[in-house]
Write a protein that binds this ligand. Structure first.
Ligand SMILES: [Zn+2]
Length: 151
């Protein structure tokens, strides 16, 4: 896969996080980092590869992945403060998050908001479509079940 540019690791974590969100906003897809020296891949982003290199590039994760695990979040409305539930998910309770291995990067695991997936173990192993939603400065990685493909 072709790179979507160098990560701003030399500017520190806060600037790199801004860079991460900007690349997602531009391309409207989830991304990971890969190391130019050893090709290791990472999510969430980091400042340096385990091989020592700081030459990390943004890469698209591809359109699909496999669900590795699911977590259901169901908080009583009176307890759903910003401290317990991310702001962008307050109106979506109860919701499910999933850990996904992208098909193109099977050595990386990423967390996604699950659209149309319930909190059941039967979802483990399902193929899902991956996308990114952006609202203002917020980026949400979304795994869609409506196009689930049998594996
Ligand atoms: Zn490396």
């Amino acid at each position: 896969m072709s790179s979507w540019g160098a990560c701003a690791v030399d500017q520190g974590f806060i600037e790199m996080a801004k860079d991460y969100r900007a690349v997602i906003r531009e391309h409207k897809e989830p991304i990971i980092q890969s190391c130019c020296a050893c090709n290791a891949a990472y999510w969430p982003p980091r400042l340096r590869c385990s091989c020592g290199s700081a030459e990390l590039h943004w890469q698209p994760v591809g359109p699909t992945g496999r669900v590795v695990s699911t977590v259901g979040v169901n908080v009583a409305a009176d307890q759903a403060s910003e401290r317990m539930v991310p702001r962008q998910f307050l109106g979506r309770l109860p919701y499910t998050t999933v850990i996904v291995e992208p098909h193109a990067w099977s050595n990386v695991r990423m967390m996604f908001f699950a659209e149309g997936l319930s909190f059941t173990t039967s979802q483990t192993g399902a193929s899902v479509c991956l996308s990114a939603e952006t609202t203002g400065d917020t980026v949400t990685l979304v795994a869609h079940a409506r196009n689930v493909v049998s594996t």
